[in-house]
Design a protein around this ligand. Sequence first.
Ligand code: FAD
Length: 474
Amino acid sequence: MSAPAIFWFRRDLRLGDNPALVDALRRGQGSVVPVFVHDPALESAAGPARCEYLRVTLDALSESLGGHLVRRRGDPARVLAELCVETGAREVVATEDFAPAGRRRDRRVGEALVAGGFALHLVDSPYVVRPGTLTTRTGTPCKVFTPFRRVWDQTEVPAPLAPPTGATWIGAPSETYEPASRDAGGRPAYFGDLSDVPPRFDPRVGEAGAHETLVAFVRRVDAYDGARDRPAAEGTSRLSPHLHFGTLHPRQVLAAVTSASRGAEVFRSELCWREFYADVLWHRPDSRWRALQPTFEHLRVDSDAAAVRRFQAWARGETGYPLVDAGMRQLLAEGWMHNRVRMVAASFLVKHLHLDWRWGASWFLYRLVDGDVASNQHGWQWVAGTGTDAAPFHRVFNPTLQAERFDPAGDYVRRYVPELAEVAAPQCLRPGAGEGLLAPKGYVAPMIDLAAERDEALARFAEARALFAAEAAR
Ligand SMILES: Cc1cc2nc3c(=O)[nH]c(=O)nc-3n(C[C@H](O)[C@H](O)[C@H](O)COP(=O)(O)OP(=O)(O)OC[C@H]3O[C@@H](n4cnc5c(N)ncnc54)[C@H](O)[C@@H]3O)c2cc1C
């Protein structure tokens, strides 16, 4: 009998349109040991939302494998070599990972497997186009979105593959698997006692949940351009956790969205932003935690005890600015936040509270079920004015005007800030919205004055620019 191949599931937790899984089945002549390795090095930073989301997603995956998903905890280099010995497999196949930590891990695992007489094959990617592939007309990496979009649009997208049939899955589930004991390893000190409780996320999980979400969205896609900026509406796809964990591949999304409407066009453009940020991160792995625009390395940010208190009030949704607070509470409650509100809440942290964008990015990564190093870090850099295509620093979102424009009836704010549930718009959208209400329903007073802090942000930016210019002239 021929040896099975091992299929190492990572960010491709699906059977449909999974070319790497098809490759493993070919190598194992139809017999595959499907495994997920809980890597403590990645787990400690993942946060409660993604750990819980992963747990239920793996349960769904195991069910679709007839209960044969092997789940082990430990260093993947050791675990996979042991599994090769146990099962007689000689080849391990996985979908390639492009994030900096994943690339380092795969190099190490590949070397360890080769040293043991085995092989690691990396196939396909979680993107339509492999990061690092597309270039400008002159052959250089795309530093801004528009040229990337132009070449991405011209890429031929293969039709999605059907789930494999007739496979033999080998493996008893969960022999040595135990849920992670959540230690505080991944929590920076400035999180303090902020909540570690997993959110109640969208229950449409796993591959079936991903397709259900996609089918529901395809019915609404033509209205996407008008509805996507309204946080109270069901205007966006809610596909981000599925794209992150790979319960759905973007090829499948593109194949399902066949409409030529403006809504569908704008939606495809958003998918392309995901690919663009992965490409930028591939070329600039340091951009995970370093500003892409060097001027901003000089921007003065606060980090003292008062700054930590301001950060925690922001994270708890207690700033006194209703749209910011509604967003931060949606994040705590559901592990997801509407894109418009992500922009407003992030801008508030950077430009009104004068805190380091990396603090905010860490909290988002910790609490989001779709927390993704490429999209999150570059989303933050875009808002902070430090990234690609960044909004100019002097464009400061006013959270009250944003609320009046995008949540005019106050439905979103009232849904997530119960203290304001009885307050009509426009009052519920404004700082001081809870004034006159009695405790315990009383809403916090605004923690800062918008105009004064905007001036302060612009003064700090001018200072950073002067320091950068002086350094460059030296
Ligand atoms: C500060 C900040 C942090 C963010 N952090 C993340 C993150 O950790 N993970 C994440 O997936 N997205 C992140 N985004 C992007 C965006 O907010 C989410 O992708 C979107 O809200 C997910 O909801 P949806 O699936 O309904 O999106 P839709 O509007 O339906 O968009 C469809 C898909 O396109 C992609 N997409 C949409 N907008 C963007 C964008 N601006 N950048 C990159 N990809 C995009 C996502 O994969 C999304 O699922 C962040 C944005 C900001 C401003």
